[in-house]
Structures are given as C-alpha cells and as structure tokens.
Design a protein around this ligand. Structure first.
Ligand code: F6R
Length: 371
C-alpha cells in the first residue's frame, strides 16, 4: 500500500503530480470553461460577495495564505486568512455577503468546524475545500469543492497541501470569471489554467532531481535550528517548510517574510546558521526577485549557510548560495506548487537520517477532533 516506498509520506510526496492533476479534472464544461457544478451557491450570490475569509489550521492555513495572494489578484475581492481557533473566539465583521472558505484535509478538525459554525451563525455563506468525502465540515457547509489528493495517511500533510492550493485557485478563477466585467481587470483565466495543467509534469521533473536535497538532509541531521525565508507566496511556503521540519525532525525551525529580516530576525544569523531562501522568479511581475537576492547576500555576509531554492536559469543567486536547488519555471503565483516540494523532501530525509518515525511523529494525530 506504500507503493514501494519506505514510508507513506514518501509515497504521498510522489503522489503530488496526481493530487494536482486529479483536483483539476472535471472542473470544466464542454467548451473548456470552468464549471463548478458542485458549488451549490447561486451565481448571483457569488457575484455579490464583498469579502472572503479563509479559515483553517496548520498546513491548510498556509495553503489559505498562498490562496489569498492569488484570489485577491484575480478577483479584487478582499481576502482575509485566519487560524480557525482564533476566528472562532473573535467577533469578526461578517455578513451575508461574506464568503467563508474553510480548508481542511480531514474535514474533521474541530477548530475548523467550530469556525464554520460560527461563520454560519453570523450569516455568512460557507464553502469547504476538503479532501475527505462525506466528512463533517463539508456536510455542514453550504457548498464543497473537493480536493482529489487521495487518502493521506502520513500525519504530516504533503499532497493535501498541493490539492488545497489547486482547489482554492480554481475557486478564485471561477469567481473571477463570474465577475468578469465587474472588476475591469480580468485575469487570463484560460492562460492560468493552461499553466496549472503543466504543473504535474513539472513536479514530476522536480521529484526526479531531489538527490542533492536528500544528501544535504543527511549531513544536517545535527542542526539545532533551521530558518526559512520567502516573500509574497514564498512567505507561507517558508512557514510550511518550517512546520514540516518541526513536526518530522523535532528541530527548531521558523519561517519569516524576508522583508521582515531587518526588523528583528537578522539578529539570529550567526556563522553556520542554515537558512533556506525561496527565491521568486526573476520574471515575476511583483519585481521582488532582486530584493530577495539582496537578503541572501545580507545573511551570507553574516555567516549564514544559504540553501537557495531558485528557478532554472536564475544565475543571480549563484554567488551567494552554498547550495542551489532548482525548480522549473512557472508563473509567480503557481510557484508554491513547486517550491514546497524540496522542503517536504528535506524534512522527510532529515527525519529519516535521525532515525525517527516519519509517518507518526511524536505527540501528533492525523486528525485533531478536539478543540
Ligand atoms: C501539518 C498538518 C497539520 C494539519 C492541520 C489541519 O503537516 O498535518 O498542520 O494541516 O491539523 O488539518 P486538516 O487539514 O485535516 O483540517
């Protein structure tokens, strides 16, 4: 059942091209346009949405943070992302024009379920992005958009994360197409979807070149702390990379927004400190590539060991990188579907190198059904 892999997690990392492909399948009509028949909320109501609030926990919340960048860019609807357990105990500003989108692999996370109930009481419309058919959260939501990542057995979430980003992007593109003409700025929905269709093959390619990451992980088994830096969609990816390392290898790890470095975290940099940096594409329209390269230069000058995740062909990073991990080229908003993969592989192999139980890390349960 592990498909020839030593652990479920390794298998699930290799399932990721399918997780993305299968989550995209069946979301189009005969003309190739996005059609979300399963989203049982009338189009008029969706057109009237004035705010989106994404609620989730852990890895699912990081998928939500990634989605915020894309959904706001494509729909011009303001998007907030909140940890479900914080949202639940606030008095959030919500009405019937608010769409509350929950993201949950299991569909049973109590914190997220309570947030959905809270949202309903406040009159919001609720959509569940979920990987488990018939689970509680989709049953209690007005609508559901299933991720088709397949069952995830390892406690640490991997393929569900990619499915969650894919599904929330589909939702964003669908809302954008419903609002075409309303916003004046229409994204090239077909072009973006075509790029999304190309992602599974790129993940496949990336998975074929992970030997170096495995090797680095094996000689970093004694690390006491590892930092992760990213900007824009690379920021939630940095936090996800840190979370994987905490839960799987029990190593202190933290993800930062690279722009925040000079506001405090740079004080942590001392000789030998390993830092992963997720570098945006040099072609990104947000123009952050140069700024992140400068961050690498700054931390390297203070002795950091820089492990740089950069696009193929990006030579600017080379002089400041101890290690360069290459990812295939893709538009900036889709990059998380690729850049997170080496971080998952790194945590997996570091955990293995320490002789730990990859699939069942200590103190954790796959589905957290208590508050
Ligand atoms: C991290 C992880 C957890 C879950 C979180 C939410 O690897 O697995 O952080 O992402 O507990 O779980 P779901 O998605 O089932 O609501």
């Amino acid at each position: 059942e592990k498909g020839g892999y030593a652990t479920f997690m390794e298998k699930e990392i290799h399932d990721q091209p399918h997780a993305v492909r299968d989550t995209l399948i069946g979301r189009f009509d005969a003309e190739g346009r996005l059609a979300l028949d399963e989203l049982h909320i009338p189009e008029d109501e969706l057109r009237a949405v004035t705010k989106i609030v994404i609620v989730a926990c852990g890895t699912a919340a990081y998928a939500g943070m990634v989605a915020k960048y894309a959904i706001e860019r494509w729909t011009r609807i303001p998007v907030e992302v909140e940890l479900a357990h914080e949202f639940r105990y606030r008095d959030p500003v919500i009405d019937q024009h608010t769409l509350v989108v929950s993201i949950s692999q299991s569909g049973e996370t109590m914190d997220t379920l309570m947030a959905v109930r809270h949202a309903k009481e406040l009159g919001a419309r609720t959509v569940s992005i979920c990987n488990t058919h018939g689970s509680t959260i989709p049953r209690e939501s007005d609508a559901v958009l299933y991720t088709h990542a397949g069952p995830e057995i390892a406690v640490a979430s991997t393929k569900a994360f990619l499915g969650q980003i894919t599904a929330s992007y589909i939702l964003g593109l669908y809302l954008a197409s419903l609002r075409a003409g309303v916003t004046g700025v229409e994204p090239d929905v077909e072009g973006i979807l075509a790029e999304m269709q190309a992602i599974p093959a790129k993940i496949e390619q990336l998975l074929g070149q992970m030997d170096r990451v495995k090797e680095i992980a094996s000689y970093m088994a004694d690390s006491r702390s590892v930092l992760f830096l990213g900007r824009h969609v690379g920021y939630p990816v940095a936090m996800e990379g840190a979370l994987k390392l905490k839960e799987l290898a029990y190593i202190h790890a933290e993800g930062f927004a690279a722009g925040e470095l000079k506001h405090g975290p740079i004080a942590l940099i001392e000789p030998g400190q390993p830092v992963f940096v997720i570098v945006p594409s040099p072609d990104s329209e947000h123009g952050l590539h140069g700024k992140v390269v400068s961050n690498i230069q700054e931390i390297r000058a203070r002795g950091a060991r820089t492990l740089v995740i950069a696009e193929e062909g990006d030579e600017d990073v080379v002089p400041f990188a101890d290690v360069v991990i290459r990812v295939p080229r893709t538009p900036a908003l889709l990059a998380p579907l690729l850049t997170v993969v080496p971080l998952q592989v790194f945590a997996l192999h570091l955990s293995t190198a320490k002789g730990l139980d990859v699939d069942q890390p200590r103190n954790l349960a796959k589905s957290v059904t208590v508050e």
